[in-house]
Design a protein around this ligand. Sequence first.
Ligand SMILES: C[S@@+](CC[C@H](N)C(=O)[O-])C[C@H]1O[C@@H](n2cnc3c(N)ncnc32)[C@H](O)[C@@H]1O
Length: 452
Amino acid sequence: MEAIKNRIIKSGTVNWKSFEFIQPDNFKDLSDEAYKKLKESITKNNFIESFKVWKDGKKLYCLDGYHRCKVLRNLENEGVEIPELLKADFIECSNKDEAAKLVLVYSSIYAKITNEGLLDLMNEYNLNIDDLGTFIDIPDINIDKIKQDIILAGQTKEDEFDPELPEKPKTKPGDIYELTSGKGMIHRIICGSSSDEEMYKKLFQDEQASMVFTSPPYNMSSNLYSNYKDNLEREEYINFILQVGSNIKSYLIPGGALFLNISYNKNAKSEYIDVVYKFMHELQFNLAETVVWYKKSGLPITNEKDLTRYFEYIYCFSNGNLEIRVEKNEYDLFAVLVDGYVEIVNKGSRKVKSNVWEIPVNAVQYEDLKACFPVKLPAEGIKLYSNPGNIIFEPFLGSGSTLMACEQLNRKCYAVELEPAYVDLSVKRLIKYVVGENQEYILKRNGKEFKF
Ligand SMILES: C[S@@+](CC[C@H](N)C(=O)[O-])C[C@H]1O[C@@H](n2cnc3c(N)ncnc32)[C@H](O)[C@@H]1O
């Protein structure tokens, strides 16, 4: 029987400056652009891949690492400190012809990265295309095209923001902000209670929302809020959420979807069941879907009676029959990215959308902001049941994740938040994001231009 043998004799350190090369200088063409990316990659990622070498008597031939050595030499000339000894794998070769054959083998690229595969990887691990684009160079992958595809596929990213709540917020109860981003999205945030109908009149005037995505306080008896009591009596809590639901109903278009993320906790074990029941039977919402948000982690609960909660429910109600008005379903587009081109294909090859959304919460856990959504969570709902340009309503804005998803997906966000400090934080977060995208913006508070 044939067998595979190990030709890596050993690994060790070598003086990379003593290398000899088998390949001629013109063996591979490294464009200025590609050289820049390789240099950027080495600077950013450091030395992460051992050289492949063949020791022939006193000579040390480098079989894989020609251009890396070139970059290292130039970096050293620029004053960058490079270790003299770097790691290498010693490969068994009987002569120079065999070594030359290996130079070709090491230069071969067998599998091709696909655009869709790259998008999936970036999505799962929060990789940022702007960052990657500066140092990866993959044949057949056109970064600009990928950026286009990301927009088409409705991908979002987790933005970095300052999670500190201001002690003396600039926002006062009743303030209304309007931020117009460079993309022309007009977002409105009002500081007040979403159980108060007046807030809706001021926010919406004669408009309506196409969709709602929200998570109310959980009545968990937390001390996270300064104006809101997170420890209401059972009936009082249920009625409060119901009042908000009733207000939402008046400002949600017929057929519009309402995503309500509400679950249980130690202090309120079953209130969410009453809320869901009453939304259906008192407010006459239809229960269209039940989604499980699998967070992949939870605050560890170490007592013997309770389980650590790794998931939460998201109920998707509809105002009348759910109408999916998505003209071009972004999931379809995502499913049919073929070599970077969007193709409309038949239903058989559609990617199906499951009711378990696996979105890790780790990336967005801040000490003071315990219930902060990952941006990707509201984004999932928004992509499913709304179109670009639509108004998405968020009655419990918190740190502004729904607002961020709206800006990234070209939707307008109208929002209510009771705590002035959270309003400050969300407005500043949006400004930081918009500025980071090199966009202009106009911010108005109570109708007048305002600077934060
Ligand atoms: C569960 S948090 C929402 C977190 C949000 N999804 C995020 O990503 O940060 C609930 C928010 O509702 C706010 N809130 C509490 N009572 C409110 C009310 N009556 N009207 C509007 N907002 C309220 C709280 O201040 C808190 O920011």
